[in-house]
Design a protein around this ligand. Structure first.
Ligand SMILES: [Zn+2]
Ligand SMILES: [Zn+2]
Length: 95
């Protein structure tokens, strides 16, 4: 959940997701405005403000993004690669 405010009339919009820099037409005042980053994210469970990059809510622990799991997998792969690399370097230094 993402929240942004219309800079003209202060109407608040809550949407599933907004790209920073996206243009939004305000249905209240009719102006169009560009979303200024960083966009405020809200936890769908506890409704508290979150960092746009938070994969898990720091307040209630809810996983927030569908790619949070993918990101975790990525970092796992990265650490596995790093681990393999370090082992290789250690092996080389023994030669
Ligand atoms: Zn407006
Ligand atoms: Zn939460």
């Amino acid at each position: 959940m993402v929240r942004c405010d219309c800079p003209f009339c202060r109407a608040t919009y809550e949407m599933e997701s907004i790209d920073p820099g996206a243009t939004i037409a305000c249905s209240r005042c009719g102006n169009t405005f560009r979303v200024a980053g960083p966009v405020l994210h809200l936890c769908p469970d506890c409704g508290r403000k979150l960092s746009p990059h938070a994969a898990v809510c720091p307040h209630c622990g809810r996983p927030l993004t569908s790619d949070a799991a993918a990101q975790q997998e990525n970092s796992f792969v990265n650490s596995a690669v790093r681990e393999a690399w370090l082992r290789l370097v250690r092996w080389w230094s023994r030669l």
